[in-house]
Design a protein around this ligand. Structure first.
Ligand SMILES: [Zn+2]
Length: 422
């Protein structure tokens, strides 16, 4: 990818408005408050520095246009102020001896308008040639740009046929995604859904690049949407939805995959009931710490968070990166929440245990949900966990009881996840 840096006077930036798309699909942060806007204008009129902007040059039929990779709020604020959409703060100090408080652009003294018009903003323009597969040391600055490029590939996959495509589309409609910060433009939900399905099929961290996802769609065109993997995927997203029941701005494209992997580990091996709040609190605190760390001086930075930043910045779809990020999340989460209770590793009862339970209960259904306690035959009963396995119930004789198939089914129907496999 090619990059050019040059200063743009604000007057030029304003004249470029028609050629600039400030909200490409990969970047939609919330709008700035009036106060934030006024603070930026104060900075500009005092001729202090503001951060660089990053644009991506896109060739169109009638010339080059620009997508704003970073800096859209600043750019919008500058345009709005130039058009007179808002005024400077009412308590703003004088500029070069001129009173400017509460003024709009047009009311400003000519000298102050000139400061605005001539103020230079450094803009880094990236050439459109960025390739999704290209490994490049500058890519970390362009995480969002990179996502924009990759998402085009998901558009193509959505046009494919087969059971995997249908299943992924179904998962992408899970309400959890609506609570993330990003939108489904360019099929971001489908892309992440496909990646998580592949991770689940492989049973853990694996490469989830475009090529791998294309193979997934082709090789699993007969995918069973009610099979074991499909059920597990839905269960993890259900758990994530319970964990994040409302819009959560911390849920970004770069951390949802890792969060899914952690949730998948928890759903498999730990008692998840009551864990939702702990996971949410930990995650929100972690993201806040991470952002604070960015602003610290190099000597004060948490070196592990620096490494994590590197991991979310480059080759994010590689097996190594996902494995390292999951490892990092696991360490931090279990450190912060040490009392997570493992499920009994033994999922079912052994033959010896079944026999002991059957003899103890005299072969009588103990559930009595659909019967009055009928006697069942040895070949027609279920060993039911009194306290369900998913809630930490152990596979020990004292936690087992005889259930007739009808009652067991009724209990299962009331709580399908808990008893589906019992
Ligand atoms: Zn019964």
């Amino acid at each position: 990818m090619k990059m050019n840096k040059r200063p743009f006077p604000l007057a030029t930036l304003c004249s470029y408005e028609k050629r600039i798309d400030p909200t490409p699909d990969y970047q939609r942060p919330p709008a700035w408050s009036r106060k934030q806007k006024q603070l930026l204008l104060d900075t500009i009129l005092r001729e202090y520095d503001i951060p660089k902007m990053y644009w991506r040059a896109v060739k169109r039929a009638d010339g080059v246009e620009y997508e704003v990779v970073d800096g859209q709020q600043r750019l919008r604020t500058i345009w709005e102020f130039r058009k007179g959409d808002f005024a400077l703060a009412k308590d703003m100090d004088d500029i070069c001896g001129y009173k400017v408080a509460g003024m709009k652009y047009e009311d400003l003294p000519l000298d102050v308008r000139t400061i605005f018009d001539a103020y230079p903003v450094d803009v880094v323009v990236v050439d459109d040639a960025a390739q999704a597969d290209q490994e490049d040391e500058v890519r970390d600055m362009f995480l969002r740009l990179q996502n924009g490029t990759i998402l085009k590939a998901q558009e193509k996959r959505n046009a494919m046929t087969g059971a995997m495509r249908d299943f992924v589309k179904d998962v992408a409609r899970h309400p959890f995604f609506e609570n993330c910060r990003f939108s489904n433009s360019r099929f971001a939900f489908d892309h992440i859904a496909a990646q998580t399905v592949l991770l689940e099929i492989e049973g853990g961290p694996t490469s989830v690049r475009d090529k791998d996802l294309n193979d997934l769609y082709e090789e699993h065109s007969q995918f069973a949407s009610d099979g074991k993997v499909a059920k597990k995927v839905r269960r993890v997203y259900d758990f994530l939805l319970q964990t994040f029941p409302e819009k959560t701005p911390e849920l970004e494209r770069y951390n949802v995959i890792t969060l899914y992997c952690l949730a998948s580990v928890l759903v498999d091996g730990y008692v998840c009931e009551g864990l939702e709040t702990k996971l949410r609190d930990w995650f929100i605190k972690f993201e806040a710490e991470r952002k604070e760390n960015e602003d610290k001086s190099d000597e004060q930075k948490d070196i592990q968070l620096v490494e994590y930043r590197r991991l979310i910045s480059q080759s994010t779809d590689s097996q190594e990166s996902i494995a390292a990020r999951l490892d990092f999340f696991e360490k931090r989460f279990f450190d912060a929440v040490p009392d997570v209770e493992p499920k009994d590793p033994q999922r079912g009862f052994s033959n010896e245990q079944r026999l002991a339970i059957f003899r103890r209960d005299g072969g009588i259904c103990q559930l009595k949900l659909r019967c009055d306690g009928i006697k069942v035959g040895w070949d027609h009963w279920h060993a039911d966990h009194k306290l369900p396995h998913s809630k930490g119930g152990k596979s020990v004789v004292s936690n087992g009881q005889v259930a007739c198939p009808e009652c067991n089914f009724a209990k299962g129907a009331a709580k399908p996840v808990v008893n589906a496999a019992e």
